[in-house]
Write a protein that binds this ligand. Structure first.
Ligand code: FES
Length: 170
């Protein structure tokens, strides 16, 4: 019999090993260890996400789609949104992934991107529980790309300035 604190610690350590395995095995997650378990671990729920990548500092590498796999467990612990998945990828799998975000609650609009063909906010777009469905993430269309999922907002802000969306005093 294992108390819940010890059980949580064991589960956490098991998941950390799993993520470390994933880093060393070229972005593919492994289910944790064959070590004896004192509890029944949750089976890993591996979700696939495909992300548009392009780095202007490496012009020899053309724009391409990169596939990542992550355990839904990491989302459930935080929030089940696509932005959280991208943050997890950046923190645990590939720190070079670039995207914008700020408020993380659907207000600022900085995490706007194209997810599964829909222009939306990554912080309010829920990750589908269906593990067989791949998430596809691209930068907003019809805009120049600065890097990965970061569009160039220059044209947008020029147009925004033209309509003068602010109060004008006499
Ligand atoms: S981070 Fe502000 S709207 Fe998504």
């Amino acid at each position: 019999m294992v108390d819940s604190t010890e059980s949580n610690a064991l589960e956490k350590s098991s998941r950390v090993k799993s993520i470390q395995g994933c880093i060393s095995e070229n972005l593919s997650l492994t289910v944790a260890s064959s070590q004896p378990q004192f509890f029944d671990p949750q089976p890993a729920k591996i979700k696939t996400i495909q992300v548009f990548r392009w780095n202007p500092d490496k012009p020899e590498i053309k724009p391409h789609i990169q596939t990542f796999k992550f355990d839904m467990y990491w989302l459930i612990r935080q929030s089940p949104m696509v932005l959280t998945a991208l943050i997890i990828i950046k923190e645990k799998l590939d720190g070079s992934l670039a995207f914008r975000r700020s408020c993380r609650e659907g207000i600022c609009g900085s995490c706007g991107m194209n997810i599964n063909g829909v222009n939306t906010l990554a912080c309010t777009c829920r990750v589908d529980d269906n593990l067989s469905k791949t998430i596809k993430v691209y930068p907003l269309p019809h805009m120049y790309v600065l890097k990965d999922l970061v569009p160039d907002m220059t044209h947008f802000y020029n147009q925004y300035r033209m309509i003068r969306p602010w109060l004008i005093t006499k």
